[in-house]
Design a binder for this molecule. Structure first.
Ligand SMILES: [Zn+2]
Length: 116
């Protein structure tokens, strides 16, 4: 994904190199609310009541919202709680080849506090 828009065709979609995003570990998701009644458009505007209701619902599930980050807010980013903001060296070491077994091992450890 990091190469997209840099060395391969397409728009730049991430500033994180491989292994440096919680997305690489299956512990984060980018999501925005769907605007019913508006032709199926997505709402990319965080300061709208609908978007804030969506954020509140995601937070009610315990997810961390990237819009709360001060240095580089990431309003469509949600990730599992109890983790460092970015992958720790322990997570990167456990990542290995990034295959299903490695991810399963990380998810087992990714209970709140395991990689804090
Ligand atoms: Zn994200």
């Amino acid at each position: 994904m990091y190469a997209q828009g840099r060395t391969t065709p397409g728009h730049i979609v991430t500033n994180a190199r491989a292994g440096l995003s919680m997305h690489n570990y299956g512990l984060a998701v980018d999501a925005v609310p769907y605007m019913s009644g508006d032709g199926g458009a997505l709402n990319w505007t965080p300061n709208t009541p609908q978007y804030q209701a969506f954020v509140a619902a995601m937070k009610a599930q315990g997810l961390i919202w990237g819009g709360d980050w001060v240095s580089i807010p990431d309003e469509d980013h949600f990730q599992m709680p109890g983790l460092a903001v970015t992958p720790t060296s322990a997570m990167q070491a456990d990542y290995g080849d990034g295959g299903p077994a490695a991810l399963a091992a990380i998810w087992t450890k990714a209970t709140p506090g395991a990689y804090a």
